[in-house]
Design a protein around this ligand. Structure first.
Ligand code: CAA
Length: 388
């Protein structure tokens, strides 16, 4: 990274995140991967380092950073552990709908404890039969006096088992399609809110991905985001536009972390009487991996800057950076395993975890097939004279 392209605050933030990643996260990444339990000690360390609310405005107790600041921190965390990177980033995903669509009173109620690291938040959009087609969700919210009664089930809820708040999307006006969807912040102690199945995952194993059951879950009307029905799908889409660079940054961190390991290993490993890094075939692989990481990082930071600058049409850029960075992460982490040879395939070395952690980045927050659809739709709209 060329430091001149970043503000002093961003360089400081990155250094603090790197320090925490190296001293607190890396030493325990393997342990939590095996145990598949949530690293509360890491969450506490993030809180004490003052990094919990990087993306939250200062008015609500955060650091007032933008999407680029968030990406810098997520990359550093993910370079040490992809699971810890997303365990952190999912709080941005869960709280963006409040920032995007919440009333001042709602922001004051929910954002300060998240910014302080006292409370965690998740994002409940997907369902068993509504993944890519998020608009076809079946969860319902029916108004009954001063509460909404929520019925349904959310799936792939990242961090849901440890979150105090969950931003839940539900249909309030059936028959109106995407315009009939509303967003609610549901607090975990609400009767009828229950954490269900914990997924047994290939990667990002330290962060719980769970089902959330909503059984006659009575949520106060004042928890309806923005105070008006029907804006939930838009809030979800605008949120994903802002959050996808965070997944891309997680992918860059994983790719960079695997590349770091591969460079060190190929230098150390001797075959045919010399270090394998002296072979041109290996050097070319390392060169391609580093070039791909640098190119992907540049696109992620370009997209993040466009969002922070308030650029109107960021949907396409956001999807592009997610596709590119996550495909690069899969390629680079796979190549890193290859460079370790047989050792790379075994759990004695940490590199295989990077490959497992990388896979999900091509899937969640919209599969890369959906990102390509979003990009193509934008291109065609632009060609027809509308904004992308
Ligand atoms: N910004 C603002 N508004 C948008 C928008 C955007 N980026 N994209 C769509 N909209 C609006 C449209 O303008 C339209 O509004 P009107 O009704 O006023 O015209 C409305 O939303 C519906 O849009 P579409 O007709 O385009 O919607 P669609 O049903 O065709 O779906 C989609 C579009 C892009 C495929 C969308 O469903 C999508 O992004 N799917 C993927 C969902 C996803 O990313 N899920 C992951 C969830 S998070 C997760 O993985 C778990 C976790 O915990 C990490």
């Amino acid at each position: 990274m060329v430091d001149d392209l970043y503000t002093a605050q961003q360089i400081d933030l990155r250094a603090r995140a790197r320090d925490l990643a190296e001293t607190v996260m890396r030493p325990v990444a393997g342990k939590y991967d095996v145990e598949q339990t949530y690293p509360w000690e890491v969450q506490q360390a993030i809180k004490h380092a003052g990094l919990s609310g990087v993306w939250i405005p200062k008015a609500y107790g955060g650091l007032g950073g933008g999407v680029l600041d968030l990406c810098l921190v997520v990359e550093e965390f993910s370079r040490a552990c992809g699971g810890m990177g997303v365990g952190y980033a999912v709080n941005a995903l869960g709280s963006f709908p409040i920032l995007v669509g919440g009333t001042d009173e709602q922001k004051e109620r929910w954002l300060p404890p998240i910014a302080a690291g006292d409370k965690l938040i998740a994002f409940g959009l997907s369902e068993k039969d509504a993944g890519s087609d998020a608009g076809s969700m079946a969860t319902r919210a029916a108004k009954d006096g001063d509460v909404y009664v929520l019925q349904g089930e959310k799936k792939w809820n990242t961090g849901g088992a440890v979150a105090s708040f969950n931003t839940i999307f539900a249909v309030t006006q059936p028959g109106r399609g995407a315009r009939g969807i509303s967003a609610f912040v549901v607090e975990k102690d609400t009767p009828g809110y229950r954490v269900g199945k914990h997924e047994d995952k290939m990667g990002i194993r330290c962060v719980p991905v769970v089902e959330i059951h909503l059984e006659d879950c009575r949520v106060p009307v004042r928890n309806l985001l923005g105070g008006e029905e029907g804006h939930g799908f838009k809030h979800a889409m605008v949120t994903l536009d802002r959050a996808r660079p965070g997944v891309a940054a997680q992918a860059i961190g994983l790719a960079q972390g695997a590349l770091d390991l591969a460079i060190a290993y190929t230098h150390e490993r001797k075959q045919f009487g010399q270090s394998i890094s002296s072979f041109q075939g290996i050097q070319w692989m390392l060169a391609d991996m580093a070039t791909q990481v640098e190119a992907a990082r540049a696109l992620v930071h370009h997209a993040a800057r466009a969002i922070d600058a308030g650029h109107k049409h960021i949907t396409k850029l956001s999807a592009m950076c997610k596709v590119m960075a996550t495909d690069v992460a899969m390629k680079v982490t796979t190549d890193a395993v290859q460079l370790f040879g047989g050792y790379g395939y075994c759990k004695d070395y940490p590199v295989e975890k990077y490959m497992r952690d990388a896979k999900i980045t091509q899937i969640y927050e919209g599969t890369n097939q959906i990102q390509r659809l979003v990009i193509a739709r934008s291109l065609l709209r632009e060609a027809a004279g509308a904004g992308g």
